[in-house]
Design a protein around this ligand. Structure first.
Ligand code: NDP
Length: 415
């Protein structure tokens, strides 16, 4: 039977595990196991055929003890409140593990952007902001892009919020295009951060990237940058996939060719010189590094025993279930958790917000150099905890984060 996993329950189990190792007691868990608040909204949108369609949307706030709430907005048919709450809590841990002054939030709309015109998408994006307008704000909750939302959507949302206020409020949202108050380097930040983590991990394990192969699930904003970065490090990318299926060539794929194929046809599938595989087959390929860059719950107790990779670097949020985590740890697989591996995106979102607040913009080199420093420091901190407590890297990353959040709660007072 296929494992049915509630992502928010997974997030709570991960938290509990770290709190137990830290011997923190029940109070901290009781406060942090739930989101602080969430909103469910109905968004009426006039479709191109003249009819009104009502979309369901959410925004959840997990914790803001270390700074304003922060987290992306997902447009996807499978969005649901459990997923949104899980993603909101992972944002708290992610911001804390890299030491940036934010809490955790997340939003989503149940929709299929692939079946909507640009006009419909714009009306939905503006409608979402009208619906959650009082729940967000530059000092309160700062959204960003996530699956199937883009810099252009962020620009519409920022514009709608600014119109409500009567002045430009660029700091309300990050991941905007550079010409609409965005930051240099934001588009590639998550992939670049994942590259820094991979570089540090391989150094830590004394492994040579030039002798390694990688498999990537998901070829969107994140997946394509990761492929490119791996390739530049000398890691041979042998398989990639998207929602339509995967491609495989043990001799290696050229990321630029994969992108051309995807731009031309909408999918990686069909690239010349590759064998077509399913997303399921992709997970059991013989390779050194497995990098999920799509959705959650793709590594489960069913497929974990078949995974041949010795390293898993979680680009996606929540790709591994807690049961799969246990299996992989026992099998000696090193797994870099999402909250550390993909924190580059929110780190440069933070830089974007700082630049918006100062109205002073940095060159790309400065952004990338600051990002590298933060990610390197975070990796080394987590690696140290892992060595000291002999725990898996997810638990070590949670321990780092939870300690910081709990300390802020203690200093400010719980109630
Ligand atoms: P995108 O929407 O740009 O890309 C998502 C990719 O996943 C697409 O290639 C999509 O396929 C693929 N996909 C969707 N459904 C499936 C499926 N059922 N099986 C296989 N592949 C699928 O999203 P991002 O790249 O931005 O995000 C990917 C992951 O990374 C998410 O978990 C997100 O939360 C996480 N993340 C992203 C950050 C960012 O800054 N972008 C920051 C931190 C985390 P198709 O192209 O065919 O639609």
């Amino acid at each position: 039977m296929v494992e049915k996993v509630d992502p928010f329950e997974s997030a709570q189990k991960q938290l509990k595990k770290a709190i137990n190792v830290l011997k923190m007691g029940d109070d901290v868990y009781e406060v942090l196991k739930n989101v602080a608040e969430y909103l469910e909204v109905s968004i009426p949108v006039r479709m191109d055929n003249g009819k009104i369609r009502v979309f369901k949307g959410y925004r959840a706030h997990h914790n803001n003890m270390r700074g304003p709430y922060k987290g992306g907005i997902r447009f996807h048919p499978d969005v649901n409140i459990s997923e949104v709450k899980a993603l909101a809590s992972w944002m708290t841990w992610k911001c804390s593990v890299v030491g940036i002054p934010y809490g955790g939030a997340k939003g989503g709309v149940v929709c299929n952007p692939k079946e909507m015109s640009e006009g419909e998408l714009e009306r939905l994006s503006r409608g979402y902001i009208r619906a959650v307008g009082d729940f967000i704000g530059p000092k309160k909750d700062i959204p960003a892009p996530d699956v199937y939302t883009t810099p252009k959507i962020m620009a519409w949302m920022m514009d709608e919020f600014s119109k409500r206020k009567g002045y430009n409020a660029p700091g309300v949202i990050t991941g905007k295009p550079v010409d609409a108050f965005g930051s240099e380097g934001r588009d590639e930040a998550t992939g670049l951060g994942l590259y820094v983590i991979t570089r540090e991990l391989l150094k830590h394990l004394k492994l040579d990237p030039k002798k390694m192969t990688a498999v990537i699930q998901g070829y969107g904003n994140l997946g394509h940058v990761v492929a490119d970065r791996y390739d530049k490090m000398g890691i041979r990318v042998i398989a990639a996939s998207d929602s339509k299926g995967g491609i495989y060539n043990p001799d290696g794929l050229r990321p630029a060719d994969i992108m051309t194929q995807k731009d031309k046809t909408g999918s990686v599938v069909g690239l010349r010189g590759t064998k077509q595989i399913t997303n399921d087959e992709l997970f059991s390929l013989k390779c050194d590094i497995l990098t999920p860059c799509a959705l959650e719950n793709v590594i489960t107790k069913e497929n974990a025993p078949k995974i041949q990779a010795k390293l898993i670097i979680e680009g996606a949020n929540g790709p591994t279930t807690p049961e799969a985590d246990e299996i992989l740890f026992k099998r000696g697989v090193t797994l870099v958790p999402d909250i550390l591996a993909n924190a580059g995106g929110v780190t440069v979102s933070y830089f974007e917000w700082v630049q918006n607040n100062m109205n002073y913009y940095w060159p790309k080199e400065e952004v990338n150099e600051k990002l590298d420093r933060i990610m390197t420091k975070a990796f080394r901190g987590v690696a140290e905890i892992m060595g000291k407590y002999k725990v898996d890297m997810r638990t070590a990353a949670y321990m780092q984060s939870v300690k910081r959040v709990a300390e802020a709660m203690k200093l400010r007072g719980f109630g």
